[in-house]
Design a protein around this ligand. Structure first.
Ligand SMILES: [Zn+2]
Ligand SMILES: [Zn+2]
Length: 187
């Protein structure tokens, strides 16, 4: 599955490079606007009125590209060894309880106040794998706490065993290095 993956880290770096170029462009537009507005000739000064909008558009473009880079970083994290195998996100505590809109995600579980500032449900899961789940046909994969909980509730006849039983401490350390910024929002 992972062999035909594009160089996600390289794509993320490109998105950040383009964002940096956009920031430089915004700075150049700002300097140009200053020159226009300090001109002696009134008609020339008035031509500067579009520059604010132009700077704002370019800043927005930079932000969109940085958000794109962050999504690519999450995809790279999700592909790291020791990470949950499910190709969509979950609440770390409650499983498939996410709702996303407008680039924000929250957990619908009553009393859960977890939120994420990206479309978590639309990206592969970045949580560390905690369970080996095998369905009644023998198919399966490693899953995080949230997805494992969900599988336990939905997959009739599935076998769910903790990875701790079979995994060395060093392998666990590898999984834990997959950075999940949303971890900080845990109570
Ligand atoms: Zn939750
Ligand atoms: Zn998961």
């Amino acid at each position: 599955m992972t062999s035909d993956r594009p160089d996600v880290t390289g794509l993320s770096a490109r998105a950040r490079d383009i964002a940096a170029s956009a920031d430089a462009l915004a700075a150049a537009i700002g300097a140009f606007e200053e020159d226009l507005r300090s001109a002696d000739d009134e008609p020339v000064r008035r031509t500067g009125f579009r520059c604010d909008a132009a700077t704002g558009s370019v800043h927005r473009a930079a932000r969109e590209l940085l958000d794109t880079a962050a999504d690519l970083d999450r995809i790279a994290t999700a592909a790291a060894p020791g990470t949950c195998s499910i190709p969509w996100g979950a609440c770390p505590a409650h499983g498939n309880t996410l709702t996303s809109t407008g680039g924000k995600t929250w957990c619908r579980h009553l009393g859960c106040d977890r939120t994420w500032d990206y479309d978590r449900g639309g990206l592969p899961c970045t949580e560390p794998a905690r369970w080996m789940v095998t369905d009644q046909h023998g198919a399966g994969g490693v899953m995080c706490t949230g997805h494992g909980k969900d599988a336990r509730e939905r997959l009739l006849g599935a076998t769910i065993v903790p990875l701790e039983a079979s995994r060395s401490a060093s392998a666990r350390g590898e999984g834990a290095s997959a950075v999940a910024p949303e971890e900080s929002k845990r109570p």
